[in-house]
Design a protein around this ligand. Structure first.
Ligand SMILES: Nc1nc2c(ncn2[C@@H]2O[C@H](COP(=O)(O)OP(=O)(O)OP(=O)(O)O)[C@@H](O)[C@H]2O)c(=O)[nH]1
Ligand SMILES: [Zn+2]
Length: 215
């Protein structure tokens, strides 16, 4: 599913294998990331060669391969795990923990995602874990919360042919907590609704299940 990422800290070699036909090579360029982190440390007046910081550029570069792994992952691959169970009613996975990185400040935002959908008319569903994996594919990129929300909803329509989908994400943005406006604890809630779940009655049933026991 995912494109392999270098683990030895060496510079990423552009992917010229067959996989590059489907996705552009987006692995983290370790050398470049290391140089950038060293520059940032110099820019803030730190000594990147002092003991505690000596390995930091390399650590940050390696962390980036995890934090931005979604850039080289294809939602179609995640949703290729599908099977027919002849179920045409609402399916919800809620409280999916989500960690992402705000594209404005490169600081984390984290919270929960709730995903519900009404399967295609032939009853085809995907595995429950795939909904959480789908969230991660879009969260592990430089992002804004609204975009993750719509991308998850649109991917389920496009790749699974669902009749309706609702996605709600609640998250705290550290760029609002530890800097800037300094409002720790504020939560941002975004939603995206498609197809049959736009119908007010169905949508209200889905919302009460999505948020059930939490309000
Ligand atoms: N809509 C949206 N805004 C976001 C998200 N993450 C961060 N932001 C906002 O992006 C905005 C960037 O505003 P700017 O004025 O360009 O940057 P800034 O001077 O650092 O803003 P402050 O955070 O207010 O200090 C801020 O208001 C952030 O709260 C997100 O996921 N969605
Ligand atoms: Zn931010």
């Amino acid at each position: 599913m995912s494109t392999p990422t270098p683990t030895d800290g060496g510079s990423a070699v552009p992917d010229t294998s067959d996989e590059s036909d489907t996705l552009p090579p987006r692995q983290v360029d370790h050398d470049r990331a290391r140089r950038a982190v060293r520059e940032l440390l110099l820019a803030i007046g730190e000594d990147p060669d002092r003991e505690g910081l000596r390995d930091t550029p390399d650590r940050v570069a390696r962390a980036a391969t995890q934090l931005y792994a979604g850039l080289s992952q294809d939602p179609a691959d995640v949703l290729s795990a599908r099977f027919s169970i002849d179920h045409e009613e609402l399916i919800i996975v809620r409280d999916i923990e989500i960690y992402s990185t705000c594209e404005h400040h490169l600081l984390p935002f984290h919270g929960v995602a709730h995903v519900g959908y009404i399967p295609a008319p032939d009853g085809t569903v995907t595995g429950l874990s795939k909904l959480a994996r789908l969230v991660d594919v879009f969260a592990r990129r430089p992002q804004v919360q609204e975009r993750i929300t719509t991308q998850v909803a649109d991917a389920l329509v496009e790749h699974l042919g669902v009749q309706g989908v609702i996605v709600v994400i609640e998250a705290e943005h550290l760029c609002m907590s530890m800097r800037g406006v300094h409002k720790p604890g504020s939560r941002t809630i975004t939603s995206a609704v498609r197809g049959q779940l736009r119908d007010p009655a169905t949508r209200s049933e889905a919302m009460s299940l999505l948020l059930g026991g939490k309000r």
